[in-house]
Design a protein around this ligand. Structure first.
Ligand SMILES: Cc1cc2nc3c(=O)[nH]c(=O)nc-3n(C[C@H](O)[C@H](O)[C@H](O)COP(=O)(O)O)c2cc1C
Length: 440
């Protein structure tokens, strides 16, 4: 039997109708919000600032809308957004214009997702830093997408380096929206006074590189609270320094919470002859009498890797501050540890390398590999590549990785690990909490 032109026309019409219906179904997702909440506060945060501000925003919004829900971006479905009346996004930008790790799914949705947000009011607080090339790029992408999805974007506030004036604008937005300013009780702890109890230069000669605008040595500091006992913190948490001119700087706390002191490793930064706002203070105030204001801030994304398997710690320079408490925790738990660490040279960093060497000689580390770039021309990724087979033996199947240091070093290290262990292993380790990184 031959097909007639009429048969073909009917088939074409049916296919077109089916495609149209599918498109409509996908676009008009059911308006079911998270737990039925009319107000959503959605956060995406790499080092905790956006999360904390979202918590303070949530506390403020709750006054006006008792069903308001606080949600991490990755726990969100597009249908949740469509089901809300008002959405407050509080998001930072990480990497080079990237979404924070806890917003990878939302970022994919921004590229591919389609949902009807007609009638949904959106306000966005975007955290970023103008020293990076792509200022608030993730917040910008989010705004563009919301507009494309037909949401009404009522406010967009971009914050440069947590500048108080920019944050005041967000408070003004909240007041305008009828919910009142951010609730300070959303902050985990208030800043307090700390005294610099000791300070020693452990790497890089003081004065070196000042002319080139580069750094001027790495210092180990011990701080004590001016009053009261040492506050509690967890492995991975941050010391948030509040400078007298209203800025904040984060430093990894380098010891576990015990004893009377909090330990930091601070690189003295000199930019065009001017010492860094935070590092300048910490490395120049007099020992014994010098005081700074700071508080401890939880860093949920850099908690000890889950599991009980072996731990590979990778880092360089001031990244030692981030790795150190993880190693102390893992050694105490009896996990085999392997440290791969980069510095410039033996003489340059004797104070820093001494502690690692001592731990290794005492048998507390399974293995220690140093990449001394200026002395031997070897960098951290070179070691990872050269020891690829050993890495597979050490990490397969349930090993964990903790990575801390400059972004370029971290990304190069991850690329080599990906090649050695496979993309699937790395993704699985990240999703199951066995890979933690803090790159800056
Ligand atoms: C490794 C790193 C990369 C960053 N990349 C950017 C960027 O590309 N664009 C930007 O505007 N800010 C960037 N920032 C600045 C952060 O967005 C800013 O510090 C923000 O307050 C961090 O908020 P969070 O703690 O919620 O992640 C970066 C910060 C770090 C540490």
């Amino acid at each position: 039997m031959r097909d007639t032109p009429t048969d073909w026309l009917i088939v074409a019409v049916l296919i077109a109708a089916w495609l149209g219906l599918t498109w409509l179904c996908l676009r008009k997702r059911p308006r079911v919000a998270v737990g039925g909440a009319s107000h959503l506060i959605v956060y995406a945060s790499q080092t905790g600032h956006a999360q904390e501000m979202a918590e303070a925003t949530h506390a403020a919004v709750l006054r006006a809308a008792p069903d308001a829900r606080l949600v991490c971006a990755n726990r969100l479905d597009l249908a949740d957004l469509a089901g809300a009346d008002r959405i407050f996004f509080v998001v930072s930008t990480s990497g080079e214009g990237d979404a924070p790790d806890d917003a990878g799914d939302l970022d994919r949705d921004l590229a591919e997702g389609d949902v009807d947000l007609t009638g949904v009011q959106v306000a966005i607080l975007a955290l970023g830093d103008r020293r990076y090339t792509h200022f608030c790029a993730f917040g910008e992408r989010l705004k563009t997408w919301c507009v494309a999805m037909a949401a009404e974007v009522t406010a967009y506030v971009a914050v440069d380096d947590l500048a108080p004036d920019d944050l005041a604008q967000w408070d003004a937005v909240l007041v305008q929206e009828g919910v009142g300013a951010m609730a300070s009780d959303g902050l985990a702890s208030a800043p307090r006074e700390w005294r610099i109890a000791s300070r020693v230069c452990v790497a890089g000669a003081v004065g070196e590189d000042a002319s080139t605008g580069a750094s001027e040595g790495l210092f180990r500091l011990a701080l004590r609270p001016e009053e009261g006992r040492l506050p509690e913190w967890g492995v991975g948490d941050l010391f948030e320094l509040h400078t007298p001119d209203g800025h904040q700087r984060d430093y990894s706390i380098a010891n576990r919470c015990a004893g009377e002191e909090l330990v930091l490793f601070v690189r003295r930064v000199i930019d065009k002859g001017v010492p860094g706002r935070g590092s300048g203070l910490l490395t120049s105030l007099p020992v014994g009498t010098g005081r700074v204001r700071a508080r401890i801030r939880a860093h949920a994304g850099f908690r000890p890797p889950l599991g009980t398997g072996p731990l590979l710690a990778i880092g360089a320079g001031s990244g030692w501050a981030g790795l150190r408490p993880h190693l102390l925790e893992a050694m105490a738990a009896g996990r085999p540890c392997w440290l791969i660490f980069g510095e410039r040279g033996e003489v340059d960093a004797a104070g820093l390398l001494g502690e690692m060497r001592a731990w290794h000689q005492e048998g507390r580390f399974h293995r220690l590999d140093l990449a001394l770039s200026r002395q031997d021309g070897v960098r951290v990724p070179d070691i990872l590549a050269a020891k690829s087979a050993d890495l597979c033996d050490f990490l397969t199947p349930d090993g964990a990785v903790v990575l801390c240091g400059r972004l370029a070093m971290g990304e190069a290290a991850l690329a080599v690990l990906r090649a050695s262990m496979s993309e699937a292993w790395l993704e699985n380790a990240r999703h199951s909490g066995r890979l933690r990184s803090d790159l800056y």
